[in-house]
Design a protein around this ligand. Structure first.
Ligand code: ADP
Ligand code: DP6
Ligand code: CO
Length: 324
């Protein structure tokens, strides 16, 4: 039995679209910040004789939801040469399926716990590749802080790696406007965008270029440039969704109001940049020293959101002596 913990990560350069839906190879690379809030804890117990059984927050998963977990277990069994079934018990502290990266924390924790439970000697790169099979964004949550997912062109070459950051410490203010479940999963919305949005090819082409610019900005510790590219990436991703048939629209009036509030903050001299994922909640990137100012400024403009201050968090890891 092994237990692992992992945190959500928020992409600054977004992943949206797959070139291979089975291996989960992305259409383009991406770059993210792993957070120090909202951990997921997952316990894998090997050697059960009633098949793979998965529970999340005390409720047994079925259908596609347990299928995604089984995909990761199958990969670990294949690599370890073992065949026993497993019980998986997981507890999220982040709202599930609300655009707050629950799938990233979940599958990073699962890959880490399952590899350990099956006795697979896996380095972080292999864990990243295994986590990717459960949810693409999860390959980045294996690592602390900033991580870049290299798109690659096969299972072996598609993994995340940590990026060195020499700038002032970063913060991410998570503005929660709704913690309810999205009506369309990231997976389905991504597929629909790729299949039907006339903007999808332009999104893919521009996001490869943006990733290179952002990687350079990280190497130069150019916070302003990273922030500008972060907003660009988010808005372009949502634009590609707007073009889908039927449209995918996760942003609500409250989300847009938060993007406006961030523009207002910048005009008043506080450097902050907004991003949003597959859900209505908004995340605001700033320097850690400015986090209090940003929360106060946003609270004054948008009192109805809940604000959680996050910093760069640790990568996935095994925890001894406590089960989920
Ligand atoms: P999010 O924005 O939260 O990442 P997604 O649509 O990408 O939303 O993924 C949500 C799905 O991820 C859930 O419906 C469930 O299938 C899976 N998931 C989330 N947390 C867990 C967990 N701790 N264990 C197993 N599966 C999970
Ligand atoms: C908008 O990784 O959740 O958060 O690979 O189908 O599981 P699947 O999708 P997922 O998509 C995340 C999309 C995003 C952007 C990002 O995290 O890069
Ligand atoms: Co997700």
């Amino acid at each position: 039995m092994s237990t692992a913990i992992a945190h959500p990560n928020i992409a600054l350069a977004k992943y949206w679209g797959k070139r291979d839906a089975t291996l989960i190879l992305p259409a383009a690379g991406s770059l993210s910040l792993t957070l120090d809030v909202f951990p997921t804890t997952t316990t894998v117990t090997v050697g059960e004789d009633d098949g793979d059984v998965v529970s999340l927050d005390g409720v047994q998963l079925s259908g596609d939801e347990s299928g995604r977990v089984r995909t990761v277990l199958d990969r670990v069994r294949e690599l370890s040469g073992r065949r026993e079934h497993a019980h998986v018990t997981s507890v999220n502290t982040v709202p599930t399926a609300a655009g707050l990266a629950s799938s990233a924390a979940a599958f990073a924790a699962l890959a880490t716990a399952a590899a350990d439970a099956y006795g697979l000697e896996a380095d972080d790169r292999m864990l990243s590749r295994i986590a990717r099979r459960g949810s693409g964004s999860a390959c980045r949550s294996i690592f602390a802080g900033l991580a870049r997912w290299n798109a690659g062109d096969d299972d072996e070459s598609s993994y995340a790696e940590p990026l060195r950051w020499s700038g002032a410490p970063l913060a991410m203010i998570v503005a929660v406007v709704s913690s309810g479940r999205k009506s369309v999963s990231s997976r389905d919305a991504m597929r629909r965008t790729a299949e039907s949005s006339p903007y999808f090819p332009a999104w893919v082409e521009s996001s490869s270029a943006l990733l290179e610019q952002m990687s350079a900005a990280v190497a130069e510790a150019d916070f302003t440039r990273i922030g500008q590219l972060t907003e660009q990436s988010a808005l372009r991703m949502h634009a590609s969704m707007f073009g889908a048939v039927p449209p995918v629209r996760y942003l609500t009036a409250a989300s847009i109001a938060l993007f406006d509030a961030v523009v207002t903050l910048r005009a008043s001299g506080v450097e902050a940049y907004a991003t949003a994922d597959a859900g209505p909640n908004v995340k605001v990137l700033c320097r850690a020293d400015d986090a209090r100012n940003v929360v106060d400024g946003l609270t004054a403009l948008m009192p109805n959101a809940d604000y959680v201050v996050a910093h760069a968090g640790s990568g996935s890891r095994i925890v001894d002596g406590e089960a989920a």
